[in-house]
Design a protein around this ligand. Structure first.
Ligand code: SIN
Length: 493
């Protein structure tokens, strides 16, 4: 049986607990191997290794740090297929999407390697003569990562690549459901020649390893992606220590379809964003806000497409929808379907756990569609994180925007319309961090900021150049070459 150890100070080491947990394939129930269950002591060792390594890494010129990232990009490219297979086996997403996810990490590695020659600051004129003024980015220090299972390498790449190019060291707890891809990503860093101690991988539970990272006084910042509930707890714990926290949490994303939309295109966008990754993307579409004039036609077209979706093991290239991550997720989704029916929503498709045709060993849920949902129903307000979408009819663009914005989250929204005026009004008024026009709610590209408003985040962004704001401090520098004391705001007036 494959056994995955922690990676601390450049070595694969056993946890001090000497305990292991099984890692299973959500499509087949097969045990893939086992993974270390770490302790606070392991986190302590990782922090001390990170601290020692960061001391010299911060002094390495950023273009030289970036050389490692270029090699990471190259290795990810060479290992793309095996990494994608690992993702599908332990997380369940269909293989084509897993390949896309690895591609996202490759893109991010090249992009952030380029930042090694930028890391742009400002030079501004001083208000005084013979004085120079500039701001530069400096590393924060040690970054603690707590990352999710739904994009186990892409999200880890959004965080680790900017952190490293900016001169930080990392202590990383990946999701318990996806330890193997985390280990393989760290092996890429190791093979790319990243100096020891800069990335430290500590497997284990949130309550032990996660909390030890959040509470550790020498970890300077926490970057977290996951549930709202856990994000809030992290914010409270880390806030007490005045730590920087970058939180990317829930979503309740909507596609709006106006009366003038290209309906076939809208159906393509909805099917991909609602049922791709079995609805387990942070940006997945779970609400379809449709103008009443085209509601029936849209429903008919969606139902025809849902009927064609093939559900099964994502390793099979012909499958469209893989399993959901685990049993408790499956049960939660089933519970929400029950809630929807109780609330009076009309179930048009799916709504059940699938066990026939060899699916009984995995966690499969039928692609599900509700209609006649009202904006205040729980299925229209709460994050389900499964292949369930709800149609909410509206009478106008204004009502659609009001419904879109009526939830506690603000990650992604999309609008299908051919009317440029309506599209621009929507771009202005949709209260989400990401807006798509004539595309679904998923498909973020790595060179733009990723994150959201309201309950989705706390003002920070992953990915894009904005990620550097998480992993750097601004330092403002004044150089006076006048040879005399010049007092700002006094000697120039
Ligand atoms: C995500 O939702 O976490 C992935 C990004 C995307 O597909 O938009």
């Amino acid at each position: 049986m494959k056994r995955y150890l922690n990676y601390i100070n450049g070595e694969w080491v056993e946890s001090s607990s000497k305990k292991y947990a099984a890692n299973t394939n959500p499509a087949t129930g097969e045990v893939l191997g086992e993974v270390a269950q770490s302790t606070q002591e392991d986190v302590e060792r990782a922090v001390q290794a990170a601290k020692a390594a960061q001391k010299s890494w911060r002094l390495v010129p950023a273009p030289e740090r970036a050389e490692v990232l270029y090699r990471v990009a190259q290795l990810l490219k060479e290992r793309k297929e095996e990494l994608a297979q690992t993702i599908t086996k332990e997380m369940g997403k269909v293989i084509e999407e897993a390949r896309g996810e690895v591609q996202e990490a490759i893109d991010m590695a090249y992009y952030m390697a380029g930042e090694g020659r930028r890391l742009v600051g400002e030079t501004v004129p001083s208000e005084l003569r013979n004085k120079f003024a500039m701001s530069i980015r400096v590393p924060v220090g040690i970054a603690g990562f707590i990352t999710p299972w739904n994009f186990p390498i892409a999200i880890a790449s959004w965080k680790s690549l900017p952190a490293l190019v900016a001169g930080n060291a990392i202590v990383w707890k990946p999701a318990s459901e996806t330890p193997f891809i985390a280990a393989e990503f760290v092996r890429v860093y190791e093979d790319a020649g990243l100096p020891k101690g800069l990335i430290n991988l500590v497997f284990g539970s949130g309550s032990v390893v996660g909390n030890a990272i959040v509470d550790h006084p020498e970890i300077d910042l926490i970057s977290f992606t996951g549930s709202n509930e856990v994000g809030k707890q992290i914010n409270e714990r880390a806030g007490g220590l005045l730590k920087r926290t970058s939180l990317e949490m829930g979503g309740k994303n909507a596609v709006t379809v106006l009366e003038d939309a290209d309906l076939d295109l809208a159906v393509d966008g909805i099917i991909w964003s609602a049922y791709g990754t079995s609805g387990q993307r942070c940006t997945a579409c779970s609400r379809i806000i449709v103008h009443e004039a085209v509601k029936e036609e849209l429903e008919t077209k969606l139902l025809a497409r849902i009927a064609q979706l093939r559900v099964g093991d994502g390793l099979d290239e012909s499958i469209d929808v893989g399993p959901v991550i685990n049993r408790s997720s499956l049960e939660k989704i089933a519970q929400y379907v029950h809630i929807g029916v109780e609330e009076g929503a009309k179930l048009l498709a799916g709504g059940e756990i699938l066990t026939e045709n060899g699916l009984d060993k995995g966690n499969f849920f039928a692609p599900t569609l509700f209609t006649d949902v009202t904006a205040d129903m729980r299925i229209a307000q709460e994050e389900i994180f499964g292949p369930v979408a709800s149609i909410i009819p509206v009478k106008s663009l204004e009502e659609a925007i009001e419904v879109n914005n009526s939830v506690a989250f603000g990650l992604s929204s999309s609008i299908f319309t051919q009317d440029i005026n309506k599209a621009f009004a929507a771009m202005r008024d949709l209260d989400t961090g990401i807006v798509y026009v004539n595309a679904g709610t998923t498909g973020a590209e790595i060179h733009l900021p990723f994150g959201g408003t309201k309950g989705t985040g706390n003002g920070h962004r992953d990915s894009g150049v904005a990620a550097l704001d998480v992993f750097t401090e601004w330092k403002s520098i004044y150089v006076d070459y006048s040879g005399k004391l010049q007092r700002a705001q006094i000697d120039n007036n």
